[in-house]
Ligand binder design. Structure first.
Ligand code: FAD
Length: 400
């Protein structure tokens, strides 16, 4: 394999893989380095809520129709514990068939990986000089070191115990946020919360309805999936650890007292997993030349409004357009990266502020704040233009 590339994507997770697909068929020499071996499928326990806007992008990437086991969301019910005020969003009011979709992280990852393995015909679009592009997907390739130089970036990775080096005009760090975290520490806000996730069934599920319930200990979401719901229950770290080991009866009882009667009795609970939560926001301008951060490596959000992947996917799509529009000389230059940052600034900032604001505003039980929140939920419910504004932001982002 030639070791000189136009684009090297570090991390073939959902965001890195989406970028790779968007560049597929161009004249560029692209390489994806993914630490997970080809033989081991992702076993990530998360379920993801994809927005309608993400559906449109995944469709353009040729992935949407191959996604299996998706559950649509047509209604979102938002409420807060121990208070009046609630808002309900319906897809029909927003003139879309669905507000979003729920699917397991591994299902999305598998569909993206399958699409990468079965190339579409070369479109010949974009930078990268004469002739057809090249595309390499390296599984089990763990990047150990990245260095930006004047004309290129140099990547050192290990595969099958052997160390290799490659050079690239642009290195895209989509590794979830570890590789450069020590060198360029992100701004971190620890919410003091973990998310417990699991699958639950109940006696009166509401078809295609997602629930978001704000409680003083953190938000709780029920995302419709198959015969029940994917539960995302946030709580202070220690409380979440305790909830992991409750017996099923206690878990279902506590969930009921937290959530109420909207879906009847809770009947069964599946395997439980915990994720510590926080806001991690890398400096937008990476001081390392020929390098850009993407997806969770650029910003890791609280899952409260299901925005992380949706925002990362929009980042990947827009970065691909910037790359494809660049001349061969401009690829990976500071001018090109500045243009990308400026294109994404509004949506990124809005996504971070929206998610962070929700967590901080709703995770307390101050009486005055609680009354204000109740009024805000009622206003959201009663004012169609506010509802449309919020729903549009959640579906398409701030640039949509
Ligand atoms: C509990 C929870 C619920 C969530 N729910 C939602 C939701 O409903 N909707 C939503 O939009 N988002 C949600 N998110 C956020 C979403 O999961 C992330 O935004 C998304 O996974 C980011 O994808 P990524 O590809 O950037 O990073 P990751 O998913 O972290 O993937 C990184 C990839 O890089 C690889 N890698 C790591 N290090 C290296 C290395 N050194 N060399 C090579 N490869 C490497 C990894 O193997 C992995 O494949 C949720 C998050 C959590 C924690």
């Amino acid at each position: 394999m030639n070791t000189q590339f136009d684009i090297a994507i570090i991390g073939g997770g959902p965001v890195g893989a989406a970028l790779a697909l968007a560049l597929r068929g161009s004249k560029l020499k692209v390489c994806v380095l993914e630490a997970r071996p080809a033989s081991s499928a992702s076993n990530d326990a998360r379920a993801l809520a994809l927005s309608y806007g993400s559906r449109l992008l995944l469709d353009r990437l040729g992935v949407w129709n191959s996604l299996q086991g998706i559950s649509p969301i047509r209604t979102i019910h938002i409420s807060q514990k121990q208070s009046f005020g609630r808002a309900v969003l319906h897809a029909a009011e927003m003139n879309v068939p669905e507000l979003g979709y729920v699917l397991p992280y591994p299902a999305l990852q598998d569909a993206l990986s399958r699409a990468i393995a079965h190339p579409s015909p070369a479109s010949g679009r974009g930078a990268g000089g004469e002739g057809r592009g090249e595309f390499h997907y390296l599984s089990g390739a763990s990047v150990m070191h990245l260095k930006g130089e004047a004309e290129q970036a140099v990547i050192t990775y290990q595969q099958d115990g052997v160390e290799h080096t490659l050079r690239t005009r642009l290195s895209v760090v989509a590794d979830g946020g570890k590789l450069l975290a020590q060198q360029y520490p992100p701004e971190v806000r620890d919410y003091g919360q973990s998310a417990l996730i699991t699958h639950i069934t109940c006696s009166a599920p509401k078809a295609n309805t997602a629930f978001e319930r704000f409680t003083p200990q953190g938000p709780l979401a029920l995302l419709p999936f198959q015969n029940g719901y994917e539960l995302v229950w946030t709580a202070p770290h220690q409380a979440a650890q305790d909830m992991l080991v409750w017996d099923d009866a206690k878990f279902l009882h506590e969930l009921h007292s937290h959530f109420g009667d909207r879906v009847g009795e809770f009947l069964t609970v599946g395997k439980r997993t915990c994720f510590p939560l926080g806001l991690r926001r890398a400096p937008q301008q990476t001081p390392m030349p020929h390098t850009v951060l993407l997806g969770n490596a650029a910003q890791t959000l609280h899952p409260v409004a299901g925005q992380g992947f949706n925002l990362g996917l929009r980042d990947a799509w827009e970065l691909a357009q910037e790359i494809l529009d660049a001349t061969p000389e401009a690829l990976g230059t500071e001018a090109m990266l500045a243009a990308y940052r400026s294109r994404r600034r509004t949506d990124r900032e809005a996504g971070i502020r929206f998610t962070d604001g929700l967590v901080r505003l709703f995770s307390n039980d101050l009486p005055l704040v609680s009354a204000g929140r109740a009024a805000a939920l009622t206003a959201l419910d009663c004012l169609p233009f506010v509802k449309r504004y919020v729903a549009k932001r959640m579906m398409f982002g701030a640039n949509g």
